[in-house]
Design a binder for this molecule. Structure first.
Ligand SMILES: [Zn+2]
Length: 435
């Protein structure tokens, strides 16, 4: 049996409902196996004194696009996009078409490195690379495996690159679903959005998900154009009903954004128990409006939608966006959203996430957080939103194994990777500008 790790004198923090305890933790075979005061070391056990450092469940980025990682600093189009559709056409749909094997790998690698350093232990990714579809998810998995972070992957099926592109996207999802052997990975069926998928294509995605007993991961009502174009091109502007009729709305399905939703839409989504992911920073950046996150119900978590994974920052920005919109939510609601990411993982991986108790999955982060004020369960939300930062994350354990120690990724030659990544990004940008 693998030797256990005993973490002495931890201050464990549960995000929601908030709880703080001073305890010792024993970790073995990927799980927390004991929690209590005064646990005594056993022979052969690795013992570490945390001296009161904070231990939190690892954070979850519930909707992202790792392929965006190499877009940082990329020059924009000559003529600035005037709306969301033009942002897609002039920037993101060019970037994804320029992706090749090397740039898919390096973007995933950089995205995973930055995520772990910021205390995220699971990435729910939505990938697109129309000129390198087959095998793209395997490349992302390899990059994430190298860093040790969990991933839930899918390929974005769309009609925007013709029938052959759609079929190749479906096949990539199917291949990944069928050849999924690493228990640190999950798989969904990816679909772009209602406005780039015909009824036939939506049904094909839903059927593939049903055959594999998984959900669909799709953008929904990120902009008003989702309904408008669905009406213009497919004769249907009622996008939630379209997804429902295609058989896509189940409790395993992830809907990202949900900005332009009516009360009836939300009623349907909630009755089907779908997940709704809020991406506040991305929504602000694309000027697409305010998501009515206060009406999203219980199954809501947060995603960065391609921005670097820093869930402390994302929660903070979501909170401020909500304050600005006077949405009535308070700091604790955003801890609830972060915590819902653990429930999502529990459902996707079929194991207890987000708890620090015997039997729970040992995805843990250790923070050096020098609090200038008392930290209690009553004021935890204030500390998380206004004090804690990615920079406080010192150690990260995923599936019971340390992957980050003293802010350094174990066995990863960061400088070489970043040097190579800059070269790969420069080539990617050059290709993109010829498209
Ligand atoms: Zn997205």
């Amino acid at each position: 049996m693998v030797p256990a790790i005993l973490l002495k004198n931890a201050t464990t923090v549960h995000l929601f409902p908030p709880a703080i305890r001073q305890v010792d933790l024993r970790i073995q075979s990927g799980h927390v196996i004991a929690v209590g005061k005064g646990l005594t070391p056993e022979p052969g056990e690795q013992v570490e004194d945390l001296a009161g450092r904070l231990v939190l469940p690892g954070l979850v980025n519930a909707h992202t696009h790792l392929y965006s990682a190499l877009a940082r600093g990329m020059s924009g189009p000559q003529e600035a996009p005037k709306n969301f559709l033009e942002i897609l056409q002039k920037i993101w749909w060019k970037l994804d078409r320029a992706l090749d094997e090397e740039s898919i790998y390096y973007s995933a690698l950089i995205g995973a490195i930055e995520a772990v350093k910021a205390g995220a232990t699971t990435l729910v990714d939505h990938h697109a690379s129309p000129n390198y579809i087959s095998g793209s998810l395997k490349i992302i998995r390899e990059a994430l495996e190298q860093i040790g972070v969990r991933g839930v992957l899918c390929y974005e099926v769309t009609d925007r690159n013709g029938a052959a592109g759609r079929e190749a996207g479906l096949r990539e999802n199917q291949n990944f679903l069928e050849n999924q052997t690493n228990s640190q990975f999950g798989a969904l069926v990816g679909a772009h959005a209602s406005f780039t998928l015909s009824d036939h294509s939506l049904r094909a995605c839903a059927e593939l998900a049903q055959q594999n007993n998984c959900g669909v991961h799709i953008h929904l009502a990120e902009d008003g154009c989702d309904a408008e174009i669905s009406r213009r091109d497919f004769g249907r502007g009622d996008i939630v009903n379209r997804l429902a009729e295609a058989g896509m709305l189940s409790e395993k399905t992830i809907l990202a954004h949900g900005i332009y939703l009516s009360e009836d839409d939300l009623k349907i989504i909630k009755s089907r128990r779908c997940w709704l992911m809020h991406n506040a920073r991305s929504n602000m950046n694309n000027s697409v409006g305010y998501a009515p996150v206060q009406h999203f119900g219980e199954r809501v978590s947060l995603g960065t939608d391609g921005f670097p994974t820093d869930m402390f920052e994302e929660a903070r920005l979501a909170f401020f966006k909500g304050r600005d919109a006077k949405n009535g939510l308070g700091p604790a609601d955003y801890l609830k959203f972060l915590s819902a990411g653990h429930q999502l993982c529990a459902e996707l991986f079929g194991a207890p996430f987000g708890k620090i108790e015997p039997g729970a999955v040992a995805d843990l982060i250790i923070l050096d957080y020098p609090s200038p004020t008392p930290l209690t369960k009553e004021n935890l939300a204030g500390h998380v939103l206004f004090g804690m930062k990615a920079d406080h994350v010192a150690e990260v354990m995923i599936a019971g194994k340390f992957v980050l120690r003293n802010k350094t990724l174990i066995g990863i030659e960061i400088e070489n990777i970043y040097q190579k990544s800059r070269e790969v990004a420069a080539k990617l940008w050059k290709r993109l500008h010829t498209l």
